[in-house]
Design a protein around this ligand. Structure first.
Ligand SMILES: CC(C)(COP(=O)(O)OP(=O)(O)OC[C@H]1O[C@@H](n2cnc3c(N)ncnc32)[C@H](O)[C@@H]1OP(=O)(O)O)[C@@H](O)C(=O)NCCC(=O)NCCS
Length: 187
């Protein structure tokens, strides 16, 4: 029998109570290399698929540590993805009360409700741990419909489309901007 916290998709069952967020560390390297080397995962991300473990080590030691908040997404004891909040104030002091949300889930685990659950948790933890935070925003490629659905399900407000907002992987990209404010009701 499947509990309300479980979803059976294809031939695999994921118990969402087994999902947790924990700091990322070097012992997660092999797990991290699974999703960072995957072209499907990198398609809408600013990075190219990794080709060496050195890039993974660099991410854990020098990139993840610079985020305002960053957690590995664990299923039991495997790091199957990552979620982060990046401060928007580095180049603009007026944006110090906002942060940008980013997340990836290993493709083997897509479509099981994991991103929706961890986005809700990240919003909750972000507002409670980063006390100055007023706004969490997310920018999503118009073609990345899965990610837009995640944000809608997690209670984010769709604010509009930023036309050709970024140039990524050889193409100008229209981006949908979403936000969640500290005053918005948490789901
Ligand atoms: C986008 C991503 C995080 C979604 O993760 P996920 O764990 O599969 O998402 P969920 O299972 O919580 O899905 C939430 C909803 O989105 C829908 N969805 C997910 N992927 C989808 C896709 N490719 N196309 C259409 N709908 C999709 C699900 O069906 C679900 O909607 P429903 O409950 O109405 O059926 C995952 O595909 C990913 O890591 N992609 C690569 C990295 C990336 O794009 N990150 C976001 C950058 S902005």
């Amino acid at each position: 029998m499947i509990s309300t916290n479980q979803m059976e998709i294809a031939d695999e069952t994921i118990d969402l109570t087994q999902i947790s967020l924990r700091p990322l560390n070097l012992s997660d390297l092999d797990d991290l290399m699974v999703w960072t080397t995957d072209e499907k995962v990198a398609k809408f991300c600013s990075w190219e698929p990794y080709t060496s473990k050195e890039e993974g080590i660099n991410f854990i030691q020098n990139i993840a540590t610079k985020f305002a908040w960053c957690r590995a997404i664990y299923l039991n004891d495997r790091a199957i993805g990552c979620i982060s909040l990046t401060s928007n104030s580095e180049h603009d002091k007026t944006r110090e009360k906002s942060a940008e949300l980013g997340y990836v889930v290993g493709s083997k685990y897509w479509g099981k409700g994991i991103a929706t659950q961890v986005v809700k948790q990240a919003v909750k933890d972000g507002f409670s741990e980063l006390t100055q935070l007023m706004r969490v925003e997310a920018l999503v490629d118009v073609e990345n419909v899965g990610s837009q659905r995640v944000l809608e399900k997690a209670g984010f407000q769709r604010e509009g489309i930023l036309r050709k907002y970024i140039f990524l992987k050889g193409k100008g990209r229209d981006m949908v901007i979403f936000s969640f404010l500290s005053s918005d009701p948490h789901l």
